[in-house]
Design a protein around this ligand. Structure first.
Ligand code: ADP
Ligand code: MG
Length: 269
């Protein structure tokens, strides 16, 4: 079992404190929904976990199985098993989905070259990339399994993708990278019902006992398809309440105005 632990995390962007003491624990086998109003810092938390250089951590820690990941570069965090799907994924014209995935998978699985000077030869052996045929076979299988159209493999990453297509691509990325923790920021926003189904089916398939999910969302909608074990309310840069699925239903009923009245003063203090 693996544990991702966020401890008293404080982070600033351009000298403004956005995260104000986040505490959250995500274990493998769990789906944890993080719900909060716009501007509460949910996406900031996702970027900070990913190691985005724009954010400065001023206090607290993020640990995987007891080891801090704060000193790790973003690609090392991916290698350590953290996958992040951003609210606004960037387009990479010129890089196909297949090429991007082959590079990412090869990094995560540790394909490397090895200098052979010590063996009395010159040059390097091995490859930084997973063998093409093996990769292709796995990609084709997973596209089928996760209902992603084969034509996606040749398209440029996120270039001209609709919201739904971006999210399908993220599901495919997770299926290939097999992370310990999947952190999905607003995977439901702007999706039509078909796309929402593909995304939630994908998450449900990938929600195995050896993997944990953090679903960051403003709306309760995706939780009709993906059943969380825990629901936390995020407000004013911290988690203000954690409970079971009933918390999501309560939020839907009472809205975020209730959160503000209930926790507004505590956060301002
Ligand atoms: N890169 C950034 N530069 C400046 N301000 C930022 C940046 N990222 C986030 N913020 C600010 O941090 C606050 C929280 O934003 P965000 O994390 O996107 O919230 P949420 O995802 O909950 O809607 C907002 O006030 C936003 O303007
Ligand atoms: Mg956001």
């Amino acid at each position: 079992m693996s544990v991702l632990e966020i401890r008293n995390l404080h982070a600033t962007v351009e000298d403004r404190e956005i995260l104000k003491g986040v505490n959250l624990t995500l274990r493998s086998g769990e789906i944890h929904a993080l719900m909060g109003p716009n501007g509460s810092g949910k996406s900031t938390l996702a970027y900070v976990i990913a190691g985005h250089p724009h954010y400065e951590i001023t206090d607290g820690d993020i640990l995987i199985d007891g080891e801090s990941i704060l000193e790790m570069e973003p690609d090392e965090r991916t290698k350590a098993g953290v996958f992040l799907a951003f609210q606004y994924p960037v387009a990479v014209p010129g890089v196909s989905v297949a090429n991007f995935l082959r590079t990412a998978v090869s990094n995560v699985r540790g394909y490397t070259t090895r200098p052979v000077e010590a063996e009395g030869r010159s040059g390097v052996i091995g490859s930084n990339l997973m063998p093409m045929r093996e990769f292709r076979r796995e990609l084709t299988d997973k596209m089928k399994e996760f209902n992603v159209d084969p034509s996606f493999a040749r398209r440029y990453l996120n270039d001209g993708f609709s919201g739904g297509e971006k999210k399908r691509t993220e599901v495919l990325q997770m299926a290939m990278l097999e992370p310990k923790f999947g952190i999905l920021d607003e995977s439901d926003s702007g999706l039509d019902i078909d796309a929402l189904r593909v995304v939630s089916d994908g998450i449900n398939k990938l929600a195995t006992p050896d993997r944990g999910f953090l679903l960051i969302t403003h709306y309760q909608r995706i939780l009709n398809y993906v059943k969380p074990n825990y629901v936390s309310i995020f407000y004013g840069g911290r988690v203000v309440m954690t409970g079971g699925p009933e918390v999501a239903h309560m939020l839907e009923e009472k809205g975020y105005g209730w959160v503000e009245r209930e926790f507004g003063e505590a956060v301002a203090a």
